[in-house]
Write a protein that binds this ligand. Structure first.
Ligand code: HGY
Ligand code: MN
Ligand code: MN
Length: 391
């Protein structure tokens, strides 16, 4: 029987802990092969779309399809559940449905989206953004990883043609309903399974501070133009600006060249900001940007601000949400601060999410957890949902 434990040894990050699995790296490619084999064992036909996503069809592809799935990539040093739980649960749900002799009356597929976390190329939900046209193929293919490899080059090495990437109306229009099962990522769920109501507006901004590289001992404090100073003030400004439910995080800060006895010549800082709506998110980012600009000026540094990605608040289809909550016996609906491919697709097709309880309340870290019992409840809930939608 397929289980999340089957993936336990794939992509372990021995340095950071947890898992590091990124779009089109050797680990993610191994997981894709695993998925294709698992799909084949169930008689599902795997289709590779032109944007790097995998679709395992139970029966012929077609319109008004019922689609479920998630992603196999992780953040750097991430948990075992974020992404793979949705894929493994989909395979297990098909097992339950096949065992009881169910045959979907509608086209039915399990999808695996590429680079959901943006852990390698910086923009989250890259596969679903490309599919839906939320990012152009040119912009996506220009994104580079920490080694300077572009998404286009990585895609080509994995057997995809970057020239064919981009909005895929055929793949998009055949989705009738999309349901993504996911580990809950906060402490919002007190029963094994719930449904999603909304996702916070959120985005990523890069602040590039430029100063003057110099010697840590020989350079007088009053002579310095140290870009680490405004970078540090940005970090504190982010915490101060994130009030009343807004969130602002600096999880990545890269000094160049990065030596203990070297005043950096430049520092790149990535801000992740989220809030209940567009206006509040923009306000938080504007406050942080103002503080960063003023701190840069005080230190004689330049700063360039780039919005790398953005998505407005998502309200999942209320009718589908309530219908599924009812099918599952009146489970609760809850909002989330985490982004998902389901959130990208929600702008185009009726979309829902099932959440599985996470007693640690931790995600994007090795402590992320759902108990075997709750995962099993998630599979049963997903199978009921898919049976209801596909009959
Ligand atoms: O960053 C996010 O919210 C997501 O987990 N991709
Ligand atoms: Mn995630
Ligand atoms: Mn996820």
């Amino acid at each position: 029987m397929t289980d999340l434990a089957d993936l336990a040894s794939v992509g372990r990050d021995t340095r950071r802990g947890g898992y590091s699995r990124h779009g089109f790296d050797s680990v993610e490619l191994e997981l894709r092969t695993w998925f294709e084999e698992e799909a084949g064992r169930r008689g599902l036909d795997v289709e590779r779309d032109r944007n790097g996503n995998l679709w395992a069809w139970w029966g012929a592809p077609g319109p008004d399809a019922v689609i479920t799935g998630s992603h196999l990539d992780s953040v750097p040093g991430g948990g075992a559940f974020d992404g793979p739980l949705g894929v493994v649960s989909a395979l297990q749900a098909v097992d339950l449905l096949q065992a009881k002799g169910f045959r979907p009356a509608k086209p039915f597929a399990i999808v695996v989206f590429v680079e959901e976390e943006g852990g390698r190329f910086g923009v989250a939900c890259l596969g679903s953004r490309l599919l839906s046209g939320a990012i152009t193929p040119e912009a996506a293919c220009r994104l580079t990883d920490a080694d300077g490899v572009s998404f286009g080059e990585a895609a080509r090495a994995a057997g995809y043609d970057p020239a064919l990437m981009g909005r895929d109306p055929v793949a998009l229009q055949r989705i009738g309903r999309f349901v993504e099962l996911h580990v809950e990522q906060g402490r919002g769920l007190e029963v094994p399974v719930g449904v999603a109501s909304s996702i916070l507006a959120h985005g990523r901004w890069r602040f590039s501070f430029r100063g003057e590289g110099n010697h840590a001992g020989a350079t007088l404090i009053e002579d310095r133009r140290d870009p680490m100073i405004p970078a540090a003030q940005l970090v504190v400004a982010a915490r101060r600006a994130a009030t009343a439910g807004a969130r602002a995080t600096v999880g990545r800060l890269v000094p160049n060249p990065g030596g203990t006895n070297v005043i950096a010549s430049s520092v790149d800082v990535w801000l992740d900001a989220r809030a209940g709506d567009d206006a509040r998110t923009r306000e938080v980012v504007a406050e942080i940007t103002g503080a960063a600009r003023s701190a840069a000026a005080d230190e004689g540094c330049a700063v360039e601000v780039t919005e790398e990605s953005y998505g407005d608040t998502v309200h999942f289809d209320p009718a589908l949400r309530d219908e599924l909550a009812g099918v599952l016996g009146g489970v609760p609906a809850l909002p989330t601060g985490a982004g998902h491919d389901a959130g990208i697709l929600a702008a185009h097709v009726p979309t829902a999410m099932l959440f599985v309880r996470n007693p640690t309340g931790v995600s994007h870290a090795p402590e992320e957890y759902s108990s075997p019992e709750d995962c099993a409840a998630g599979v049963v809930a997903l199978a009921s949902t898919l049976e209801h939608l596909a009959r």
